[in-house]
Design a protein around this ligand. Structure first.
Ligand code: GDP
Ligand code: ZN
Length: 364
């Protein structure tokens, strides 16, 4: 059995730190081994431990709640032996990426755990879609990770003034988020990204074609596929070839890259949306009504800011869209929320009809 310091040295490149070690103490007392999940597949997972990658069964940690299923990025307590060898427990997650086709409470699916940085890749090869950037940022904030925007393929915007302009546009859509420009082709801006992801665990988000694979290769400094197919020794001393979705970066830090995370769809990201639109939520504090919809309410500080030009109307529209979308996702399975929404829509419909009738009456 390895000593605590050996475990520390072996697992630190995968994100192990003193806080994890402290939390692991009771499991260590039971003789269990700490490790991080690098892949999950049909009831089995691959766990990197101080002694190499082990295959373990997740039957003990597969409760009915799909959000409590072990996933890539989890720190687990595995049995030192056994056939099968079992994952006995996992440490409380610091952050979690959850896909929810529905409400978080019912049918969410956990995609990655303990992610510190969510790198949102945005291609400069195509026209900027700030609404899409905001959506990815909402997902990122919602997970608990700190988002970072990487404007990729910067070599395609040779004019520095144009580039600065694009960066400023993205910055207005991303309060509290660092915005970097990177050209993987020319190797420009990569050092800043390497430094940023150098501590903690990162994921790459973004549309297909945004340059995520290229960035991953640049960060890894070699072909991802080769690294992925690393040959590991399993518990019985056999060499096995595994696909890893979690990789230690040569410049420090860890990269999680799972197929599920890449193709993000609809998520339940209420808090996340609030953080993306922090300045709107701040303005909303000044609205006369607590439940102001920033529509046509009197004393609305948000619409007032749009009128004075302080808040771009595009931001408000994008905010409304994401809030609505999020309500819809939650409402899809949450019956109570659905009933509330319906009541709300009915009220709005009635108000709309009343307003229309008043208008007609007025015109008559
Ligand atoms: P992914 O779908 O997000 O993984 O995107 P890829 O990494 O596969 O990149 C999509 C395309 O963009 C590929 O054809 C890359 O060669 C190209 N690309 C990626 N990075 C750069 C860059 O820095 N400059 C240029 N000009 N093209 C790039
Ligand atoms: Zn308002």
């Amino acid at each position: 059995m390895s000593s605590t310091s050996e475990v520390f040295a072996a697992l630190a490149p995968y994100g192990w730190d003193q806080a994890w070690a402290d939390q692991f103490t009771p499991h260590a007392a039971e003789g269990l081994l700490p490790g991080r999940v690098v892949r999950v597949d049909r009831g089995q997972c691959d766990v990197i431990t101080a002694g190499g990658v082990l295959r373990a069964d997740t039957a003990f940690v597969t409760p009915h709640d799909p959000l409590r299923v072990v996933c890539t990025g989890d720190w687990v307590a595995v049995e030192p032996g056994g056939n099968p060898r079992y994952v006995r427990s996992y440490l409380p997650r610091r952050t979690a990426f959850v896909r929810s086709t529905s409400s978080k409470r019912s049918e969410g699916q956990i995609l990655a755990a303990n992610v510190d940085h969510a790198v949102v890749a945005v291609s400069l090869a195509v026209e900027l879609d700030l609404g899409r950037v905001e959506r990815f940022l909402a997902l990122a904030w919602e997970s608990g990770a700190q988002p970072v925007v990487v404007l990729s393929k910067a070599d395609l915007v040779p004019d520095p003034e144009t580039l600065a302009h694009l960066v400023r546009d993205v910055e207005t859509a991303a309060p509290g988020v660092p915005v970097l420009t990177v050209s993987a082709l020319r190797g420009e801006g990569l050092d800043t990204l390497v430094a940023l992801v150098g501590a903690g665990t990162s994921v790459l988000l973004g549309q297909s074609g945004a340059g995520k694979s290229t960035l991953a290769n640049a960060l890894l400094g070699e072909d991802v596929m080769d690294v992925r197919a690393a040959r590991d020794v399993d518990g019985k001393g056999r060499h096995t070839t595994t696909t890893r979705n979690l990789l230690a970066l040569p410049g420090g830090g860890v990269l999680i890259d799972t197929p599920g995370l890449r193709g993000v769809g609809l998520w339940d990201a209420e808090t996340g949306v609030g953080q993306v639109f922090a300045e709107i939520e701040e303005l909303a504090q000044e609205c006369r009504f607590h439940d102001c919809a920033h529509d046509s309410e009197p004393g609305c500080a948000v619409t007032a800011a749009v009128e004075t030009g302080r808040l771009p109307v595009r931001r408000l529209e994008s905010y409304r869209k994401l809030v609505r979308e999020n309500q819809w996702i939650v409402a899809k399975t949450d019956a109570r929320a659905r009933a509330e929404l319906r009541r709300d829509w009915k009220r709005k419909g009635a108000e709309g009809r009343a307003a229309m009738q008043a208008k007609r009456g007025h015109l008559r």
